[in-house]
Write a protein that binds this ligand. Structure first.
Ligand SMILES: [Zn+2]
Length: 311
C-alpha cells in the first residue's frame, strides 16, 4: 500500500508542475505578443522594409565589389548584383582603367548584357514607397531619360505591388530595405540574364539579354529626400544611376569619372547628377546601337567552322 501511495504522490506532483507551468506560459505569452505588436506599430511594414539576404552561393568580385551567381544551371540563367556605395573617406578609390577596348568614350563601361529591345518591360514598385520620399513618377521619369539615349521605348509605366525578394519571380521589382551581406550600399540593382542563342564554347556569341531585374533602395540605414536636404541622399540622382545599370552600364570608380552618372559612389545631399552626363549618353547609345560584341566575332567564326565541318 505504501508503494501505491508513493506513485499517487509522484503523479500528483507531476500534474501540479504541468498545471503551474501552463499558468506561467499563459501569463508570459500575451506579454511577448504585446511586445511584438508594439514593435510592429513602430515599423509600419516590417516585412517590407527589411534586411534581405543573398543566396549562400553568391560570389563576390573583390576588385569590383559586385556579386554574381548562377540562378539556374540548366537554363543557364546568371545573376549580377551591383551596389552603389556610400562615399566614405575610409574607402580607397579603386583605380580601374576606363579606357578599355570596348569603347572610345573615357567614362563609359558596359557589360556584355543589355535589355531586350523588341520587348516592353513591366515593373512594380513596392507600396512601402508611401512611407518613403521615393515617388513612382521619379522611377518612370529616370527611365525615360535613359530611353531617350538608348533610342528605344523599353519600359511601361510602373504599378504598385509587393517586392518578393532577391529571386526570379516573373516580375521586375523595386523594393526598399537593405542587404545583409553588403555594407555601405545605398542601393543595389540585380540583373538576371541569359544568352538568347546557344553558347559557343561556353561563351555567348552575342549580348546576353536581361530577363528580369530587382532594385533595392536602402531605407533602413540611410535618410533620403527628393529635395537635396542636408544629411540625406538624393532619391532622383541615385534612381538615375541605378536605372543606368538596368540598361547594362557598369559602375565607374576612377575619380576622373566622379561627375559621371555611373560613378560608383553616392555623396550626401548631392543633386548635381539628376541629368545623364554626355559621356554616359554616348555610352548607352553605343551599347544599344551594337548588335554584336566586336570581340566575339571570332566565336561566331568558330561556330561557322564547326557547322561547316558537318556539311
Ligand atoms: Zn552602381
Amino acid at each position: 500500500m505504501v508503494y501505491v501511495k508513493v506513485v499517487y504522490f509522484l503523479v500528483s506532483v507531476v500534474l501540479f508542475l504541468i498545471i503551474v507551468s501552463g499558468i506561467i506560459l499563459a501569463i508570459i505569452d500575451p506579454i511577448q505578443n504585446e511586445n511584438n505588436i508594439l514593435k510592429n506599430n513602430i515599423l509600419q511594414h516590417p516585412q517590407r522594409n527589411k534586411r534581405f539576404s543573398l543566396p549562400k552561393f553568391a560570389k563576390k568580385n573583390e576588385k569590383k565589389g559586385t556579386y554574381h551567381w548562377i540562378h539556374n544551371q540548366e537554363k543557364n540563367i546568371k545573376v549580377l548584383l551591383l551596389p552603389i556605395l556610400k562615399k566614405n573617406k575610409e574607402i580607397q578609390e579603386k583605380q580601374i582603367s576606363t579606357n578599355n577596348s570596348k569603347n572610345q568614350i573615357q567614362c563609359c563601361d558596359y557589360f556584355d548584357l543589355k535589355l531586350k529591345t523588341d520587348f516592353v518591360y513591366e515593373y512594380i514598385v513596392d507600396d512601402y514607397l508611401s512611407n518613403t520620399p521615393f515617388r513612382v513618377i521619379d522611377f518612370r521619369n529616370r527611365i525615360i531619360q535613359w530611353e531617350t539615349y538608348a533610342g528605344d521605348h523599353i519600359f511601361e509605366t510602373p504599378s504598385l505591388g509587393n517586392f518578393t525578394g532577391i529571386t526570379l519571380s516573373g516580375q521586375n521589382e523595386i523594393g526598399f530595405g537593405s542587404i545583409e551581406e553588403i555594407d555601405n550600399a545605398l542601393a543595389v540593382t540585380i540583373l538576371f540574364y541569359q544568352c538568347p542563342v546557344p553558347e559557343v564554347a561556353g561563351r555567348c556569341p552575342i549580348f546576353h539579354e536581361i530577363i528580369e531585374f530587382k532594385q533595392i533602395y536602402n531605407t533602413n540605414d540611410y535618410n533620403w529626400s527628393n529635395t537635396g536636404e542636408t544629411g540625406t541622399y538624393d532619391t532622383i540622382s541615385v534612381i538615375l544611376h541605378e536605372m543606368g545599370h538596368i540598361m547594362g552600364l557598369n559602375d565607374l570608380y576612377s575619380s576622373i569619372c566622379s561627375a559621371s552618372t555611373m560613378y560608383g559612389y553616392g555623396q550626401i545631399a548631392d543633386t548635381s547628377k539628376r541629368l545623364i552626363d554626355t559621356q554616359s549618353q554616348r555610352c548607352v547609345y553605343a551599347l544599344y546601337s551594337k548588335t554584336t560584341k566586336t570581340k566575339d566575332f571570332k566565336y561566331i567564326f568558330l561556330l561557322f567552322v564547326f557547322l561547316l565541318s558537318f556539311v
